[in-house]
Design a protein around this ligand. Structure first.
Ligand code: AMP
Ligand code: MG
Length: 417
């Protein structure tokens, strides 16, 4: 699709593109080992570790989609009227045990088994009933209002595949098959901490130059929604020894380590250096905005993500890189991020060179078109912009300024942020 772009190659070619960074992440990380057997309710938001085949038909019997009368299709009049005698009733859960003959009908309710001898249901609204005789007219079709056996699921069908992230619907689907327990991947363990001498936890009083640590709270939120085991290690000071100790402790308990802050090249930025010494750095600069410094690597057996400290940058890099990485390690079938075109109602400032994830508010206008407006200033410290937004406006690396009325790609937050 055409987005608003101008060509200008004035950017740092040493930076990895967002796509290259993602490819490296997928290449370096493997799904975790270890499964557990859980009751289906407890399996919500977990990743299936087996294929689920149905042992039954759903529905297990042909049944009525309406309250009405079950009849033989050959009794339907092609003109005029026909009278049929009612010989019994089929309730949901209490079928009629007899066989309906020509000239007869059975009262039937929604979900009830279609009685032997019948193949058609007539809605009660379309019937004239006098005592136990009904009169039917034309306008009905043979086979109508019947939900056939196995209409939803048939015996032997693979209904859920290994790697499926189990949603509330999936839990219901498993119940509809009569399956009480499933095998799922064990939970991924994620340890995380913030780095920064200036950070204080909520509840503490700020002294001059200090700020509240927000990243540990927003990260806690997104990690909770992803259904991982969270090990919150608090705030670590910008001291090489403290950072090193925290790294080693985090690697003891986490399949994944996430830190925020201290990944740029400032004097107090020890994260990348420490990873270099104790583990392996894969990359730490991506051509994106916000979030250019981002450390990815390995520490012992754990995957390592050093997110930038700016709160918006931390969330954007989490969303774009850590989220897919965690899903991959959880054994989840890969899901591609959905990006759709929308008309941009705002003018956007953008220099070519880095892919940008600006914060947008999407909606449908009166004509039903998808439109997006900017949340305003896009500083990487402006966390309120993320709170107002419901999508990213994704601007390609080469793209320049965007004029109001131009088409852009947007990526809905999809419930995670
Ligand atoms: P850094 O990446 O450590 O250079 O931090 C960049 C900016 O983000 C600085 O203004 C920090 O004060 C701020 N920052 C770092 N960590 C956090 C955090 N956990 N919560 C809120 N702001 C932070
Ligand atoms: Mg810092």
């Amino acid at each position: 699709m055409q987005t608003s772009c101008c060509s200008n190659n004035d950017y740092d070619s040493k930076l990895l593109t967002v796509e290259e960074a993602l490819t490296r992440i997928y290449h370096d990380l493997q799904p975790i080992n270890g499964n557990e057997q859980l009751a289906i309710r407890d399996a919500l938001d977990r990743v299936l570790a087996e294929d689920i085949l149905s042992k039954i038909n759903v529905p297990p019997h042909a049944n009525s989609a309406m309250d009405g009368y079950a009849v033989q299709g050959s009794d339907l009049p092609t003109k005029g009227k026909t009278k049929l005698t009612m010989v019994g009733t089929s309730f949901a859960g209490k079928p009629y045990s007899g066989t309906v003959q020509a000239g007869q009908c059975a009262r039937i309710f929604t979900g009830a088994v279609i009685p032997d001898g019948t193949d058609t249901v007539i809605m009660q609204e379309n019937v004239d009933k006098q005592e136990n005789v009904i009169t039917i007219t034309t306008g009905n079709e043979i086979g109508q209002h019947i939900r056939p056996i196995g209409e939803d699921i048939s015996i032997g069908q693979t209904i859920l595949k290994t790697g499926k992230y189990l949603s509330p619907v999936d839990i219901g689907l498993l119940a509809s098959l009569g399956i009480p327990e499933v095998k799922v991947k064990r939970r991924l363990r994620v340890s995380f901490f913030s780095t920064g001498d200036e950070l204080r936890a909520v509840g503490e009083t700020l002294q001059a130059g200090q700020i509240y640590d927000s990243n540990r709270y927003s990260l806690y939120g997104v990690l909770s929604r992803l259904g991982v085991d969270i090990i919150d290690m608090g705030v670590v000071l910008d001291k090489p020894k403290d950072v090193e100790q925290a790294f080693l402790a985090a690697a003891e308990c986490g399949d994944v380590i996430i830190t925020s802050g201290g990944v740029s090249v400032g004097d107090a930025d020890y994260v990348t250096d420490t990873l270099q010494r104790l583990g392996k750095v894969n990359f730490w600069k991506v051509a994106m905005k916000p979030g250019k410094p981002l450390t990815f690597g390995k520490l012992k057996d754990s995957a390592f993500f050093g997110l930038p400290g700016n709160p918006v940058s931390a969330l954007v890099t989490f969303y774009q890189f850590v989220q897919p990485a965690l899903r991959h390690m959880m054994g989840q079938n890969t899901t591609t991020q959905i990006r759709v075109p929308a008309t941009c109602l705002s003018t956007l400032k953008k220099s070519p060179g880095r892919m940008e994830f600006q914060r947008g508010i999407m909606k449908t206008d009166e004509q039903g078109n998808l439109v997006v407006s900017s949340t305003g200033i896009q500083g990487s410290g402006v966390l309120s912009s993320m709170s107002q937004a419901n999508c990213f406006i994704v601007l390609a690396k080469e793209c320049g300024n965007v004029k109001a009325g131009n088409k852009v790609l947007i990526e809905p937050f999809a419930g995670l942020i």
